[in-house]
Design a protein around this ligand. Structure first.
Ligand code: NAP
Length: 470
């Protein structure tokens, strides 16, 4: 598939294969672009600013609704392609498509609600006789750099609000899974003037870095790892930056919790998308009194997951993004076992597949839970009290989301107040998000918020216009 720059299909001499992690077959190729092509994309995006900003909010909104309808019509084809390039079960790809449609719809609605406020200057010294109001003004060109795990919806979380508030966009999709995003950008390009949306493929370390350091890009909206995010924050200079980074989300299960509800939370939270979820349940902190019962019920339910061909509608556990990623998870689990942890279910790798794995007796200082393990692993850390649970939950550089399971409202509120995370859910796992909520982590999990309305705030600047009426 070619890149789309200034409304034209552009290729390159160098190509990268996009590999289906299930069967190792090459699905397609994409260009490996270099700096010159990134420059062209920056030029075209700047060139298109005027034609987008000339459009009324009414028209922008309608166009986004039209793209939304087209995505809906092609939902199954997009989901198929997504499963082919990422290896996630088709049922999960269909959910990603539904969420993508919803995200677009929210942006189409929000396009009509972008306005400032009147400001009472006469409340300030010497302000009598002045009338002032603010406007939310687009930043210009937004570069959207996105990861492989939810390539479509996470990219739409950037492109759609950017266009809703009249910024042009350059999308740099992940090299491992760029196709669904590129196909989606073609739908957008059909509706908007050339250059409003541009795609550039190639290595993040080259073209991504070029976008980050360019003076002619006004905002970087990045989702990906902490390592890349930190690098971007150091190089971006004066431009605005939103960083949606990794997570190591805790699930605290207190002794009075509804155990079945918590177990379901782990199944949906630790094994979704083969555990490759930023807000996945990555540390299960369970009070000792119920830990045996909890782990037994978790093992029983884990064994019911169906690992296999991701295109099969029965499959609930697909592959990881590639074999190397699966080997890394295998190694991390094995290291924990060598240090005293105990596998209760799973633990076997087959190519890019890694079984849904429940591992007990995990200590808070093991690599498995100190770092973000991006795979289908449910590590159980046993604790003796609510105090210890909160201490363990906070003993991490991350702070994306968290879940606490308890029927004691005092303990629920205590955990919600004291756990350092962008979101804390009570009686729901961290792996839950609606596309309108403010989403973004504390600590090293990121800077800024997404969720359409909140993304629009981060993609506009506030201008004050004051009138002297004296
Ligand atoms: P990644 O390696 O950081 O890559 C993300 C994107 O950044 C890719 O498009 C990559 O391009 C590009 N990139 C790499 N180096 C770059 C550089 N020096 N400058 C600019 N761009 C660069 O992350 P990943 O492995 O794809 O994704 C997994 C991580 O994302 C996990 O840590 C996960 O928790 C996090 N994540 C966070 C959220 C959230 O909302 N908080 C959501 C999903 C995932 P290439 O593909 O060409 O290398």
């Amino acid at each position: 598939m070619d890149m789309l720059i200034g409304g034209k299909h552009i290729s390159s001499e160098d190509l990268a294969g996009v590999i289906n992690p299930y069967d190792g077959e090459t699905i397609d190729t994409v260009p490996i672009a270099h700096r010159q092509t990134a420059d062209l994309a920056i030029f075209e995006a700047n060139n298109a600013k005027h034609s987008l900003q000339e459009m009324s909010a009414f028209k922008v909104s309608n166009k986004l609704f039209e793209v939304c309808d087209k995505l809906k019509e092609n939902r199954k084809d997009f989901a198929h392609l997504l499963t082919m390039e990422v290896g996630k079960p088709i049922r999960e790809s269909l959910v990603e498509l539904d969420r993508s449609i919803e995200t677009l719809k929210l942006a189409a609605e929000e396009a009509k609600r972008i306005y400032g406020e009147s400001v009472p200057l006469d409340a300030g010294l010497n302000g009598k006789g002045f009338f002032a109001f603010t406007q939310k003004v687009p930043l210009g060109v937004v570069a959207a750099i996105t990861p492989f795990n939810y390539p479509l919806n996470l990219t739409i979380h950037k492109i759609a609000p950017a266009i809703a508030c009249k910024n042009t966009v350059i999308v740099k999709p992940p090299t491992e899974a760029p196709l669904t995003v590129m196909k989606f950008c073609e739908l957008l390009d059909d509706e908007f003037p050339d250059g409003v949306v541009n795609t550039i493929t190639g290595y993040g370390s080259e073209v991504g870095d070029y976008l980050v350091t360019s003076q002619d890009v006004n905002k970087i909206s990045f989702t990906g790892s902490v390592t890349t995010g930190l690098m971007i924050s150091q190089k971006a200079g004066m431009k605005k930056v939103t960083l949606e980074l990794g997570g190591n989300d805790p699930m605290v299960v207190l002794k009075d919790a509804d155990i079945d509800k918590a177990v379901t939370g782990v199944i949906n939270g630790a094994f979704l998308n083969a555990g490759q979820v930023c807000m996945g349940v990555k540390r299960i902190i369970v009070e000792e009194d119920i830990a045996d019962e909890f782990s037994q019920r978790l093992v029983d339910k884990t064994k019911k997951l169906v690992m296999g061909n991701p295109l099969n509608s029965e499959t609930t556990l697909g592959t990881l993004i590639n074999e190397k990623a699966a080997m890394q998870v295998e190694q991390t689990v094995n290291n924990a076992v060598n240090a005293g942890a105990k596998i209760l279910a799973g633990g076997i790798r087959d190519g890019a597949f890694y079984e849904a794995t429940v591992i007990d007796n995990v200590k808070a200082d093991m690599d498995l839970v100190v770092n973000e393990t991006f795979g289908p692993v449910a590590p159980i850390i046993r604790v003796d009290s609510v105090d210890e649970a909160i201490e363990v939950a906070n003993d991490t550089e991350y702070g994306l989301q968290a879940g606490v399971f308890t029927n004691d409202y005092a303990n629920a509120m205590r955990c919600a107040n004291e756990i350092e995370a962008g979101t804390v859910f009570v009686n729901k796992q961290s792996t839950f998000r609606t596309d309108n909520m403010p989403f973004g982590g504390f600590k090293n999990s990121g800077v800024g918020k997404e969720g359409i309305k909140y993304a629009v705030d981060e993609m506009t600047k506030t201008k004050l216009i004051g009138l002297n009426l004296r």
